[in-house]
Design a protein around this ligand. Structure first.
Ligand SMILES: *Cc1c(COP(=O)(O)O)cnc(C)c1O
Length: 466
């Protein structure tokens, strides 16, 4: 490749950027009608993909054009309004456009001194989210890559604080020989906070798995008995939004008794915490604002582009003392709001800015309407399907998640396979209470009634013909 010495941005660069922007618009415009599954599976994709290290360079335009051409065969319909798998937000166009800017500006979001606009916009989005989510406004907030990291950070802050309260300096002395921290987590918890317990060096095998009811909510009597047996202040991990049922742990009952035992309550609210933004739904999460830390995604219900989530800690100084890795060359801790003081990362992209754009675009009302609409669609779906002989709805639909089972596990598997194969809609697989399920998550900003009617049609058709 010849280097241009004169143009800061060559014609080739300019055309490559335009090609990418044009493709973004075409891709999004076609989403309503395109297949929801990748054309090629990983092995077939790899077989057709040139993996040899290029010896010589190529023009920026040709690289981007090739990328568009090649990648198109292996893209999942994650951004589609007819994608109902896992729990995936749809990356709203306004957030995606803001993400172009984030990348173009190329800011290192670590320091407010280096990038004042990024720091102030991100701090604003943190405050807006606290207000929307009904959490204490003076909490510390770290903008992280998602709920797995958010859970891990919350668990680390809990660990450090619980040890500090017992006179143990974990920063200097580590965990070997430290006082015990009893860890409790529901037996229907997501794997992410369990990974957080491992990453924090607490040992998953040492954690007590609390029994749960048929919706995955922890049983208060079990919690009470475990708390009574604790010799040291415990860390208890609760959940807002069980992945299969959408259920919430009983915060109002659980949090006060955990605090009475001197414990720390961390909540995994990856998607479910957003229900607290809707006044009509807040009774389902009553008491959740009394916890000590929360993990929530921005790339799920807020429909921000990947990757973005928040780690929120009531005691800001606990988050900062656990996460800050300040060197002597940076301003003193506490003097300014420093993004990198609240995250494991130092250098990172300004991943809070797309969420700023989305909140500004939707407004608090628009966010509430979107969440309410998704939950209403989930109820509608469950009501329609439950009228069909041989189909069972396995959860109380309290949120946006619907767990569907056919007459046998074998049939459920075949029905799901048939639906995914046709790829007009895309629910995913789950397991719940010993049964195979088709799991539907309604969480994409663009999903409408017609999309749900199509999903119903596909499920009924597959169930009748499989
Ligand atoms: C998605 C999810 C997580 C993990 O979040 P990531 O953003 O994928 O890291 C954790 N807990 C629950 C309940 C989730 O739905």
């Amino acid at each position: 490749m010849e280097r241009s010495e004169t143009l800061p941005l060559s014609d080739d660069d300019r055309l490559a950027m335009l090609a990418a922007a044009r493709e973004a618009i075409t891709y999004r415009a076609d989403l309503k009608s395109s297949s929801v599954k990748p054309e090629l599976r990983p092995a077939d994709f790899a077989a057709n993909f040139d993996t040899s290290l290029p010896d010589k360079g190529a023009s920026a335009t040709s690289v981007i054009d090739d990328l568009i051409e090649v990648a198109s065969k292996g893209l999942q319909g994650h951004a589609s309004s007819r994608f109902f798998g896992y729990v995936c937000g749809g990356s709203m166009p306004v957030g995606t456009a803001a993400d172009f800017l984030v990348t173009s500006w190329g800011q290192n979001a670590a320091s407010s001194w280096e990038s004042p606009s990024v720091a102030v916009i991100e701090q604003t989005v943190c405050q807006w989210c606290l207000e929307l989510l009904g959490l204490p406004m003076d909490s510390g907030v770290g903008i992280v890559s998602g709920a797995t990291v958010a859970n891990t950070q919350g668990i680390i802050a809990a660990r450090d604080t619980l040890l500090k309260r017992q006179g143990w300096d974990v920063f200097e002395d580590g965990l070997f020989g430290a006082p015990d921290i009893p860890v409790m987590i529901g037996d229907a918890a997501h794997s992410a906070p369990m990974a957080g317990v491992r990453y924090a060096g607490l040992g998953l095998g040492r954690a007590t798995r609390l029994a749960t009811d048929d919706q995955g909510r922890i049983l208060i009597d079990t919690l009470r008995a475990e708390l009574q047996a604790c010799k040291n202040p415990p860390m208890v991990i609760l959940q807002a939004g069980q992945i299969n049922t959408g259920a919430f742990d009983p915060f109002a009952e659980a949090i006060p008794i955990i605090h009475d035992a001197g414990g720390w309550v961390h909540v995994d609210g990856a998607f479910g915490l957003w229900a607290n933004a809707v006044p009509g739904m807040q009774d389902r999460l009553a008491g959740i604002d009394g916890a000590d830390s929360w993990a929530v995604d921005l790339h799920k219900w807020l429909n921000a582009p990947y990757d973005a989530g928040l780690c929120i800690v009531r005691d800001r100084s606990a988050l900062v003392s656990s996460m800050s890795a300040r060197g002597a060359y940076l301003p003193g801790i506490g003097e300014t709001w420093e993004p990198s003081d609240s995250t494991l990362e130092l250098s990172r992209r300004a991943r809070g800015i797309p969420s700023f754009a989305i909140i500004k675009h939707l407004g608090a009302d628009g966010i509430r309407d979107m969440i309410t609409h998704h939950c209403a669609l989930a109820t509608y779906l469950a009501d329609r399907l439950s009228q069909e002989p041989g189909i069972e709805i396995m959860n109380e639909v309290v949120l946006n998640q619907v767990a569907i089972a056919c007459e046998t596990d074998d049939k459920t598997g075949k029905v799901l396979e048939r639906i995914q194969e046709k790829a007009r809609v895309y629910p995913s697989h789950g397991e719940w209470k010993g049964r195979q399920i088709i799991r539907v998550s309604i969480i994409n900003h663009a999903t409408d009634h017609a999309d749900i009617d199509l999903l119903i049609e596909e499920i009924l058709d597959a169930n009748r013909n499989e």
